[in-house]
Design a protein around this ligand. Structure first.
Ligand SMILES: C[S@@+](CC[C@H](N)C(=O)[O-])C[C@H]1O[C@@H](n2cnc3c(N)ncnc32)[C@H](O)[C@@H]1O
Length: 221
């Protein structure tokens, strides 16, 4: 998937695609940045790889929350990488070339990428990412939850998701186990559309319920 659009045009398309939930791209990027910060702790000073980083939306929220961390990114789309904020390019490596990346990341984030990877390549992708983790490194995968009807509608409406093939948490976990990850923490997130956002404080208590708009899988190497 190549995006020959400016960062703001791309985000406008994303916003159009997310009207089913009522939230824009920035809500999801901020949500994930906070989630990751809670996971690693605000003083974290290790290395994070964002695999499928796109135009760096997650990094723009994550860097201010984790100022001591080094953020690297990989994406198959060189057009997207060219639109990453220069301040992020100065503190880490953003590339399409896996050879330029490290092999001992403390955390690898894969946010809404697997539905763009053809099913036959997903297992190999997880295995490659596991090899890039340090000995106590963690993999965190955010994905659209196909069991949520608003998620399915959003994906159907989005031009960016034209060729997307959604993947449920269960087969993703099976692939992770096959790659060698044993204990996998699974949480469902984003249960309430914007009009019900005042119910958000209830979300942590619902993380077991497979109806959130997205799911998160976290596992140590
Ligand atoms: C929906 S965007 C998500 C971007 C970013 N992770 C975020 O959450 O804002 C999906 C991204 O995955 C990238 N992508 C698709 N297949 C990929 C692959 N096999 N390896 C790395 N990135 C890939 C696309 O180029 C695109 O930037």
């Amino acid at each position: 998937m190549e995006f020959d659009k400016s960062a703001s045009e791309y985000n406008k398309i994303l916003n159009g695609a997310l009207t089913a939930s009522g939230y824009g791209w920035d809500f999801f990027a901020r949500y994930k940045a906070r989630f990751i910060t809670n996971l690693v702790g605000a003083g974290f000073d290790g290395k994070i790889l964002d695999y499928g980083c796109g135009i760096g939306n997650l990094e723009s929220f994550l860097k201010p929350l984790l100022p001591k961390a080094r953020l690297d990114g990989h994406d198959v789309s060189t057009e997207s990488l060219q639109r990453i904020d220069p301040s992020l390019l100065h503190q880490g490596v953003f590339t399409s070339d896996m050879q330029r990346l490290d092999a001992n990341y403390d955390l690898i984030v894969v946010a809404n990428v697997f539905h763009h990877i053809v099913p036959t390549s997903r297992q190999a992708t997880i295995e490659t990412l596991r090899e890039r983790l340090g000995s106590a490194g963690r993999l965190i995968i955010f994905e659209h939850n196909p069991l949520n009807p608003l998620t399915r509608l959003s994906v159907r409406l989005s031009p960016i998701d034209k060729n997307a093939q959604l993947v449920s948490a269960k087969p993703m976990m099976t692939m992770m186990r096959r790659a060698g990850f044993s204990e996998i923490d699974r949480r469902f997130i984003v249960f309430f559309p914007k009009m019900l956002s005042w119910l958000q404080p209830l979300e942590p208590r619902l993380s077991w319920l497979p109806l959130g708009a997205q799911y998160v899988l976290i596992s140590k190497k």
